[in-house]
Ligand binder design. Structure first.
Ligand SMILES: Cc1ncc(COP(=O)(O)O)c(C=O)c1O
Length: 439
């Protein structure tokens, strides 16, 4: 039996992205999970409205994944990743590459979305240098972007709260404008109509610095953590065209959008826009074991394979790159997605989910509702108070047995893809009821 919260030393654990002292006043403790539900330390069932942290796409404790992890930990607990291989690593890479669109055929494993982001930026800069274009070092991110918490990720990221404490960050970084436009796009269903032209800002940055100094552009196809901003129609295609025209590496951060969240394997597939590098994590193992990856184009990979055969081609990697247990979890996860047709299921459920989300239009405090695939964001009017309305909804919902995410004034809903329609109803009914009861 685990120790009750009241009996443990609360100061030993420093929770990430958490108001730790506020948390200790009213702790939320999860002790088990199965399917669509957590159970908390008071024995209450908690409906998972956000797939843990946008990652448990197949639902919790999937037997196939549990079994693969258990078997592997007892068979090959660890294998060094440098100058050594193991069969699960090759199989997992092959499976991931096969799921990704052509020509993204090469997989470099790491352990998180943050590591995947920093790895992608390093690969892009090194790629240009290996091709004799070593002046291409500038990196372009986007306002409101989230690419994890490494120095690379926060430098190209655009959430000021995640950057302001940490000094000068990487130099040589520019940001595209974010794509949220409540005036023109509020209450859009799916991709917003207006804003493709915001991609043209890349031309302004190219005019300022010259393409010969620019290595890469990184964007989330749907910005998740900042509060669910689907890309405007045509935006990603325009960005692709401008990157191609100027020889700039295009990186899609598919850490949230990958593995079925939008009703397709990847956003790149759904929108028919293929980047040069894709970063993934989260759903790659259904959240069971930490894992991230870069999925890299043939052209970029080949550029690294030109030097002497005995030379290390990419001086980069992690002790736990392609960890055997993570690889086993990834293979079992991809099997589960395929056998249970979960990406198709997400696509089929999208209209129902969209309708349910937009039923909150007109509810108190709601200034926008955004959705795409099985993701929705509900933006609330700000108020003069120490805690945002979204936090209050999050806290009350948890006390009513529903787990949500919130960021600032925005609620984010991204359930496991196994969700049933009555559970979708429950999520939005609960939010609607709580909204009526707060000031
Ligand atoms: C788009 C995106 N990129 C990167 C990350 C960072 O992933 P991790 O927390 O695994 O480092 C996240 C996490 O939410 C994310 O949403």
């Amino acid at each position: 039996m685990t120790m009750p919260f009241a009996d443990s030393n609360h100061d030993a654990l420093w929770l990430p992205f958490t108001a730790n002292r506020q948390f200790r006043d009213s702790p939320r403790m999860l002790v088990s999970a199965k399917g669509m539900y957590y159970r908390d330390d008071k024995g209450r069932e908690v409906l998972d409205g956000c797939a843990g942290l946008w990652c448990v796409n197949a639902g919790h404790s999937q037997p196939r994944i549990v079994e693969a992890v258990q078997k592997t930990v007892a068979t090959l607990d660890f294998a060094p990743a440098f100058q050594m291989g193991h069969p699960l690593a090759f199989e997992a890479a092959d499976r991931v590459a096969r799921l990704a669109p052509n020509p993204l055929n090469h997989v470099f494993f790491c352990n998180s979305g943050s590591e995947a982001g920093d790895t992608a930026l390093k690969i892009a800069i090194a790629y240009h240098r290996l091709r004799g274009e070593g002046t291409r070092t500038r990196l372009i991110g986007r306002e409101r972007a989230y690419h994890g918490v490494g120095f690379g990720g926060i430098s190209v990221g655009g959430i000021s709260g995640n950057r302001k404490l940490y000094g000068s960050l990487l130099t040589g970084v520019d940001h595209l404008p974010h794509t949220l436009d409540l005036r023109r796009n509020a209450f859009s269903r799916g991709l917003p109509e207006h804003g493709a032209e915001l991609a043209d800002d890349l031309e302004r940055i190219v005019a300022l610095h010259d393409a010969s100094n620019i290595a890469a552009v990184i964007v989330e196809p749907l910005a998740g953590s900042t509060g669910v901003l689907p890309a405007p129609k045509g935006y990603l295609k325009r960005l692709r065209e401008i990157c191609t025209k100027h020889g700039i590496v295009l990186i899609f951060d598919e850490v949230i959008t990958g593995f079925g969240r939008l009703g397709a394997s990847f956003a790149a597939e759904k929108y028919g826009v293929v980047p040069d590098i894709m970063t993934v994590a989260k759903g790659i193992t259904n959240g069971t074991i930490p894992m991230g990856a870069n999925i890299v184009s043939d052209e970029i990979f080949e550029a690294f394979m030109q030097g002497p055969r005995e030379a290390i081609d990419l001086p980069h990697g992690y002790t736990y790159s392609a960890h055997p247990i993570a690889c086993a979890a990834a293979i079992a996860t991809l099997d589960t997605y395929a056998e249970e047709h979960l990406f198709e299921r997400a696509a089929a459920l999208t209209p129902y989910f969209e309708e349910a989300a937009h039923s909150l239009k007109g509810a108190p405090h709601v200034v926008d509702i955004r959705n795409e695939g099985l993701v929705a964001g509900i933006e609330l009017a700000p108020r003069q108070s120490k805690t945002t309305r979204a936090y209050e909804v999050f806290e009350r919902a948890f006390n009513e047995g529903l787990l949500l995410r919130y960021t600032g004034d925005i609620l984010a809903i991204s359930p496991p893809l196994i969700i049933e329609k009555n559970e979708i109803d429950r999520i939005f009914e609960t939010i609607g009821r709580i909204l009526k009861s707060i000031d």
